[in-house]
Design a protein around this ligand. Sequence first.
Ligand SMILES: [Zn+2]
Ligand SMILES: [Zn+2]
Length: 443
Amino acid sequence: MLLKFWGTRGSIPAPVQPEQVEQKIIAALEAAGREQINLLNAQSIREFAANLSFNASTVGGNTTCVTVEVGDELIIFDAGSGIRELGEYLMDESDPWAKKFGFARGKGHAYLFFTHTHWDHIQGLPFFKPIHVPGNTFDVYHVHKYVPDVLARQMEQEFFPLQYHQIAASFQYHLLNEGAQVEVAGATITNIELKHPGKAYAYRVEADNAIAILATDGEYKSLDYTSTMKYSKFYANADVLIFDAMFSVRESFVKEDWGHSSALIGADIAKEANVKRLLLFHHDPASTDAEIMRVWQETKEYLGQQQGAPEVLVAQEGLELELKNPPTVSEFSINDHVEKGVIFMTLSGKFGAHATEQFRDHLAHSLQTYQTDKVVLKMENLSELTIAGIRALVDARRTVLTLALVSVPENIYRVFELAGTTDFFAIYKDIDAVLSALNSHSD
Ligand SMILES: [Zn+2]
Ligand SMILES: [Zn+2]
């Protein structure tokens, strides 16, 4: 899955001020001087500029909006002012990425999840151009019952020139229960309540064997193990944890019940949850890029000495993160394919003690279902075989009339040899060999 950040500020949009722009230009020129960049060469200037830190660039001023792309599907989290920018990009179909989605032509579809309805999380929606194109459709997921009502209210004529009922695209609303799990766009998404005025919800998104957590607008008031445990469980093993780092630790103690957290509290929770990357998010609108950079450095320093500490990043507009992990081979799985009265069973992963009952049950069920006693076990996807696995195969040999093993990897075959059991089984090199053997038996 591909994560993109369109707005990372909290509370209210916070554009960069003119004097800050001046400071950034001065800082960039000083760095260019130090690095002896050839300022007469356009190419070297561009390369230098592309590598400037957000201190010389900016984390951006838009409020929260994050997208997750899974395959050709688009999932949007929150509609802060950053969603306006997303809309501009989606409407420009000279870009192949935008063309793929088709929002400019009224063929677009997206999923839209809301963490809660504070202004900084909904205020961009009226300005999101794809909702004003007839034919576009949105599946909107929310845990607070009142989300549809609030989205309509923010477009009443006292607040906005166009009313909610004049939106051209169609919205289908889906109310989620707390803790419910939904499958959308090939992703599994679950939620948990965060402590925040009026409640907010964190989402855990699992796709492509990767896990991303959006946990914005959450206070961790008590930092006792029992209070934070439910969060570290929900955030467990995430590739990315997007965390409310609005306050300093000191502020989070002083501004009790304001519903926000800090980078260092995020560092503790991320470490406890075995998170790979901690993304500082929901930046205070009053914080300059330099101040956010300082928080970033301090968070890295705080975690620096600790074993297995997560990497710390700052969420900034334009940041993209591709999350994808290879499938885990530790699990054991069986897939059946039946042809001409023969069950071809592909065994994958580790065939050890934890898998024997699954194998026995599966075999019994398949023999019953397909009413046959010819089974070919395809073993090319087996990564490990233990003696417990061999024991289960020996038992299978006794219950199945014709049992053949095929495409046995060298390391797996060696285990049969070490167990002195190669002669217990009919082992064939490949499918052709096993088929001709089966045919000659039945002829
Ligand atoms: Zn917020
Ligand atoms: Zn909020």
